[in-house]
Write a protein that binds this ligand. Structure first.
Ligand code: CAA
Length: 258
């Protein structure tokens, strides 16, 4: 869509691709960029022909943070009244599975945007960090919450209080990312993952995402009950009949995504 200025949006098969494209600012996330990311993700979310959304940056930077230049002279009342970053969190309301392909810097808001994605794949060059403390502030796009849930209190406190960076190996060891791949293979490997996800039953994958996310919002008992009810509901779909018949008939399932 040519109406976007700071992102490039494409469709490849059932995968919606969003590429951050503000190279001069290392993809720093200003309001315009994040409004575009949210709008593009929501548009893909409304299309049943899209089964996964792949979010990428450049080789050097996934994103080097929220745009410091845009924020630096803001007053408290302006930040508060605008509820700065609140709208950006709408990215997490997208129901379609989202995959972040991270190469190079994922700092501050860049790390936080990556953590808003469902699957996080890193190039071996990836550097994660929450350096806001060096700017006299703290994470503002969910870092203190999502990093803590992802890697635990010890590492989250260490990263957020010192501002140090985590390389790809440490990020994988700590559970921040699910896979690390060679930098020159990131685009292909991340696309493969997105494509695999996108070809499965759409109802099943949206429901699975909802169920995993419930693990962060509910008790174990409530979460397991929610999962079981949604599992039962899957038996109302054509895709369940197709998936289970295909298994019995020893063939590959052809999901109709309904
Ligand atoms: N905001 C605005 N502009 C940024 C930026 C950011 N977060 N990060 C980089 N840029 C700009 C630089 O100002 C520079 O622009 P100019 O050429 O106009 O000076 C351009 O991108 C290239 O950056 P560098 O010259 O600094 O590149 P480098 O290779 O020397 O260093 C870097 C790379 C280590 C990532 C360095 O750019 C850096 O430290 N960036 C800031 C990282 C940061 O503090 N991020 C947190 C931001 S606050 C935040 O995100 C709040 C939140 O919780 C949401």
């Amino acid at each position: 869509d040519s109406s976007y200025q700071n992102i490039v949006v494409e469709t490849r098969g059932r995968v919606g691709l969003i590429t951050l494209n503000r190279p001069k600012a290392l993809n720093a996330l200003n309001s315009q960029t994040m409004e575009e990311v949210v709008a593009a993700a929501r548009a893909f979310d409304r299309e049943p022909g899209i089964g996964a959304i792949l979010l990428s940056g450049s080789e050097k930077a996934f994103a080097a943070g929220a745009d410091i230049k845009e924020m630096s002279s803001q007053a408290y009342s302006e930040m508060y009244l605008a509820d700065w970053f609140a709208h950006w969190d709408n990215f997490t309301r997208v129901r379609t599975p989202t995959i972040a392909a991270v190469s190079g810097y994922a700092l501050g808001g860049g790390c936080e945007l990556a953590m808003m994605c469902d699957v996080l794949i890193a190039a071996d060059t990836a550097q994660f960090g929450q350096p806001e403390i060096d700017l006299g502030v703290l994470p503002g796009m969910g870092g203190s919450q999502r990093l803590t849930r992802a890697v635990g209190k010890a590492k989250a406190m260490d990263m957020i209080l010192t501002g140090r960076r985590m390389d790809a190996a440490e990020a994988e060891r700590s559970g921040l990312v699910s896979r690390v791949v060679a930098a020159d293979e990131l685009a292909d490997k991340a696309f493969e993952v997105a494509e695999t996800i996108s070809t499965r039953s759409l109802v099943a994958s949206l429901a699975a995402k909802e169920a995993v996310n419930a693990a962060f919002e509910t008790t174990l008992d409530q979460g397991v009950l929610f999962e079981r009810r949604v599992f039962h509901a899957a038996f109302a779909t054509e895709d369940q009949k197709e998936g289970m018949s295909a298994f019995a008939e020893k063939r590959k399932a052809e999901f109709k995504h309904r």
